[in-house]
Design a binder for this molecule. Sequence first.
Ligand SMILES: [Zn+2]
Ligand SMILES: [Zn+2]
Length: 160
Amino acid sequence: MRITYACPSCDATVSSDGIEARATLACTACGAAVAVPADAFNADPPPRLRRCVVCPSTELFSRKDFPQRAGVAIVVAGFAASCVAWAWRELVLTFAILFGTALVDVVLYVLMPECLSCYRCGARYRGAGVGGTFAGFDLETHEKHRQQAARLRAGATHGS
Ligand SMILES: [Zn+2]
Ligand SMILES: [Zn+2]
């Protein structure tokens, strides 16, 4: 399993592979270590993620690991190509292109693997063992964590 997270010490984006076999993760920028909690994965193989490794949160959501920009680029390219075909009065080709781009988008989406994100710290998990344990994105949970983070920030500035 691969993790991408923001280093808690220096905020650098760190990627690390094979985290199910590691005891600590080290930041490539500042060297700060994050201990992988003993209960981060279930005991039975194959290892499945049970909680966030970087922060104490047990709330994660699963989503398709689909690069949104690529999806938009495909649609825009398809639309441009269909406009050209339309200008040439190639009616069948125009609709074939439009239908084809929609189909490519759907197929890509289905083929894309799942990834997990932490609501609290935004760490991302990819690879084997991320599926099955967590539900999709929930706005209420997201809002709860956002407000918690805001309160923490407010508390830090007031020194309480
Ligand atoms: Zn760091
Ligand atoms: Zn987290």
